[in-house]
Design a protein around this ligand. Structure first.
Ligand code: DAK
Length: 258
């Protein structure tokens, strides 16, 4: 697929990189951009040389939300027909871990996109928010649900009801992001974290992601059962034998992804 709204970097050290590239509109997420992000994630998911993915924008904006100009004239039926949710659903089911490297604005759909990722590395100038209330709507791609689970009811209510942006530091204290780093190295720091994730056993990595995400949709008992089955499943992989033998032999494991 030819990409016009994103830049995709060939995997290096097991990490695939996607950059949202609409700087003139602060990386507003139009339908084409979402289609391309989903396609690139799908390609990386199918590529066995990719073990972790970094998604980022630029220093000024991760993404300032869905493209408002594209939605202005739409009615309910038109919005339903676009079926944007199907695209967001595909991002959610990406098997490999995705790290969002966020600098500048992560607003509305941009904040929701970052929260769909598995970890967030934020620059010290990052700003997170759900300002949809200021334009007469509300979060539509998980903002009321994922934000609440991440930061708790009180702050999520405030962010979604007032449209106030929170700083990177506030996002860190609230548990929305993993770390805050200087703006000039925000991408490199995310890449370093991604390389660390990519250096681990690939199948175990995917099953960890699956099990952690399961905790959002299951009871504790159901989640524990799911975790245990994933754990047992890993004992049928070559990497389990390799990992444990390497430990006993005091050497680095050589992962096969099998
Ligand atoms: N859409 C389109 N264009 C945008 C944009 C956006 N969200 N955000 C910024 N831009 C454009 C501006 O129009 C401007 O373009 P020109 O006028 O130069 O042509 C350019 O980017 C620079 O923006 P500003 O001049 O406004 O820059 P400032 O630094 O002064 O302000 C700002 C930055 C981020 C505070 C401001 O641009 C702003 O408030 N932007 C809108 C933020 C926002 O309200 N975001 C939420 C959008 S609603 C769905 C799932 C999700 C969603 C919808 C459906 N389904 C699954 C169905 C999500 C909805 C949303 O995200």
């Amino acid at each position: 697929m030819e990409y016009t709204c994103i830049l995709v970097t060939k995997p290096i050290d097991g990490v695939g990189v996607i950059q949202i590239n609409r700087p003139a509109v602060l990386n507003a997420l139009n339908l084409q951009t979402m289609t391309e992000i989903v396609a690139a994630l799908g390609e990386f998911d199918a590529d066995t040389t990719v073990r972790c993915i970094v998604l980022y924008g630029n220093e000024k904006a991760f993404a300032a939300g869905a493209d408002i100009k594209e939605m202005t004239g739409a009615d309910t039926v038109e919005m339903m027909k676009r079926d944007q949710f199907a695209k967001w659903e595909k991002i959610r089911t990406t098997k490999k871990p995705i790290i969002a490297a966020v600098s500048g604005f992560a607003l509305g759909g941009g904040c929701e996109l970052a929260m769909l990722c598995d970890m967030i590395v934020a620059s010290d100038t990052a700003k997170f928010g759900q300002p949809e209330i200021n334009i007469g709507v509300m979060p539509g791609a998980g903002g009321t649900q994922r934000l609440t689970r991440a930061v708790g009811k009180a702050l999520a209510m405030e962010i979604a009801l007032t449209g106030r942006m929170i700083s990177a530091q506030e996002a860190l204290s609230a548990g929305l992001v993993n770390r805050v780093v200087p703006t000039n190295v925000f991408f490199e720091e995310a890449l370093a974290l991604a390389k660390e994730v990519a250096s681990k056993a690939p199948i175990a990595t995917m099953l960890v992601k699956e099990a952690v995400l399961k905790s959002f949709s299951s009871t504790l008992e159901g989640g524990l059962e799911f975790e245990r089955k994933n754990f047992y499943m890993l004992f049928s992989t070559e990497d389990q034998k390799e990992g444990m033998e390497a430990f006993v032999e005091k050497r680095k494991p050589n992962w096969k992804g099998r």
